[in-house]
Design a protein around this ligand. Sequence first.
Ligand SMILES: C[S@@+](CC[C@H](N)C(=O)[O-])C[C@H]1O[C@@H](n2cnc3c(N)ncnc32)[C@H](O)[C@@H]1O
Length: 226
Amino acid sequence: MKKASDLRIPFTWEERRPIVLDRAMYIPGYYDLHDRWGRLDWADPQFFGNDKPVVIEFCCGNGQWIGAQAQKYPDWNWIGVDRLFERARKVWAKIHRENISNLFVVCADALTFVRHYVPMKSVFATHVNFPDPWPKLRHAKNRLVNREFLGELSAILTPSARAHFATDDFPYVEWMLNEFSLSPGWKPIHPAPYYLTNIADFGRSFFNDLWMKQGRTIYHLEYTHG
Ligand SMILES: C[S@@+](CC[C@H](N)C(=O)[O-])C[C@H]1O[C@@H](n2cnc3c(N)ncnc32)[C@H](O)[C@@H]1O
């Protein structure tokens, strides 16, 4: 039985480079030779080996939500992305422990992965569940969902794809609505105020459960592009 600690990066920091390891991909930080790789091919056997529709969850944490989704929807290929190696490792162990053949994990910064590795117009849905809120205004530049990310995201989506965002943090909701309004081509699926709250069939994630237990409202934004 594989454990999270069995996933190891087989080179030193100085030798760092992207690598695919048994249903995980590692894209190191502080690395800028991404163009050596080019965009990936989901049908390559080291990824999925088929052409089923691809769904990506950015900021997947320990993989509780995406693991359950992948098992519930086996006709889709699921990719969890988290920049923390300790979290990606847990998802990797889950993939092997629960034998989830349509789930793949990527340890990378979400923007880097989208900008350099994800094939254009190849993704049928994306999710960002509980991105780090960076509540202080001077830290807002660190928020993942911004114009730069939305610009890159729009290029990898298929024409009818949906992009879904969940958060308990209302200032982040207001921030996202503003970033969407300033990003060309994005259309909200839900009428004003452009989000739903506490949707029943969302599924479970560590942070969803934590905030629900505390009685917080969860906001869900959904957009299409094109
Ligand atoms: C608040 S946790 C949410 C985890 C999970 N989605 C959940 O609902 O339990 C945020 C996660 O986003 C990851 N993260 C933050 N910024 C990221 C980025 N730029 N790229 C990829 N992952 C990121 C963090 O490592 C962390 O695991």
